[in-house]
Design a protein around this ligand. Structure first.
Ligand code: BT5
Length: 357
């Protein structure tokens, strides 16, 4: 690891606390002047590091402090984090993207829209490519519903080109489990999944997933799946917009019950999500365990729900919504509900809510 990267990650680990130049120099085995130079270069590239002002200064005993909210996405660091998670993926059933397949945008309309366009143009060569953004100006969910995507979150779309016929619901389920496991690994967050595509933490939606397929007209099958994932990491500075304030939450706000500042570690989170997702997408042998985890994390199994057979249609009774109990999730990731008359229905698609509306 380059000295510059070492210094940056040590300051990140310190989460807003100061780290002395001497400690950094000692642990990397260089002089304090070399550390100062590395910090200077980091500052020039835009890193908000305060403290200790000059190589020759004796007065900066306070050390260096990195603004803890600074955590830009970086393809090289995501790639390094992937390699750290999977040092030798050669024999694995899946292939993790290297830096050349990780495209990072500071701002984009929608990583899904971009990924779909790229996949339509470039076909199978895009297999395993990931598009990530710090913020989206036109992020969307199902049926074109807007997905609020400010810079306090993480937005990514993974392109996966299946070899044969697929069940799209497996991809949504796999992506949901991947996000939950990654959030558990990094922040110790214990997330729940609301069938089919929402991730909740302490009663708030902290992540939405939108898997879209690109079909080949000639082949009649899904040629590429674009798995779009949007995670609210911190509360946006101005709060969530009023129309979603009652439902939306942020992972780190909900996880930090003790009130301390948890570092975002965006690049590590991206790597963990990508790795779990590609693993579940690629290896059918993992499907039973993945579905078991999906069921275990279900927010709705055993509970009374309102079923909206057509997702996105308002629940004014006109959409055929009805009350039922969620009783099972099948191996096809379909939801089984029991109606008050004792009958059962198997839902391949649709939406459920926990309230009466
Ligand atoms: C989803 O749709 O929740 C899927 C969202 C997928 C977003 C990712 S980000 C990367 C990729 N690029 C994209 O453009 N999309 C994907 P759905 O289940 O239809 O939920 C949409 C509803 O969630 C909205 O109507 C709001 O009520 C609510 N919502 C919007 N923004 C939210 C947010 N940031 N957090 C929580 N809830 C939100």
């Amino acid at each position: 690891m380059r000295l510059r990267d070492y210094v940056l990650s040590a300051l990140e680990d310190a989460a807003g606390e100061s780290v002395s130049g001497e400690a950094l120099a000692r642990s990397y085995g260089v002089t304090r002047a070399a550390v100062w130079k590395a910090v200077d270069r980091l500052r020039k590239s835009g890193c908000p590091i305060t403290g200790f002002c000059g190589a020759g200064s004796q007065s900066g005993g306070g050390g260096y402090v990195l603004d803890p909210s600074y955590d830009p996405l970086d393809a090289r660091r995501i790639s390094a984090a992937l390699k750290a998670l999977e040092p030798a993926s050669g024999g694995a059933a899946y292939c993790l993207p290297d830096e050349s397949r990780l495209y990072v945008f500071s701002e984009i309309e929608s990583t899904n829209t971009w990924a779909k366009k790229q996949a339509a143009e470039k076909g199978e060569t895009l297999h395993g490519t990931v598009f990530l953004a710090e913020r989206q100006t036109a992020g969307h969910g199902r049926l074109g519903r807007p997905f609020f995507s400010p810079a306090s979150g993480l937005y990514l779309s993974i392109v996966f080109c299946p070899r044969g016929p697929i069940n799209p619901a497996h991809f949504t389920a796999a992506a949901a489990v991947a996000v939950c496991m990654a959030l558990g690994d990094l922040y110790n967050a214990d997330c729940r999944i609301k069938w089919v595509n929402d991730i909740f933490l302490k009663g708030k939606k902290v992540c939405g997933i939108l898997c879209e397929g690109i079909g080949g007209l000639e082949t009649g099958r899904v040629e590429a799946v674009v798995a779009g994932i949007g995670i609210n990491l911190r509360e946006p500075s101005g709060g969530f917009p009023p129309e979603i304030a009652h439902v939306a939450g942020a992972v780190l706000t909900e996880a930090a019950s003790a009130g301390w500042l948890i570092p975002t570690r965006r690049n590590e989170l991206a790597a963990a999500v990508i790795r779990y997702a590609l693993k579940f997408f690629s290896d059918e042998n993992l499907r039973p365990a993945m579905l078991e985890e999906y069921r275990r994390r279900s927010l709705i199994l055993g509970r009374e729900v309102t079923v909206h057979p057509l997702a996105g249609v308002s629940a004014d009774g006109e959409d055929g919504s009805y009350r039922a109990r969620a009783v099972a999730i099948t191996d096809d990731a379909a939801l089984v509900v029991q109606t008050p008359d004792g009958g059962q229905r198997v839902l391949q698609a649709g939406e459920v809510s926990l309230g009466v509306h």
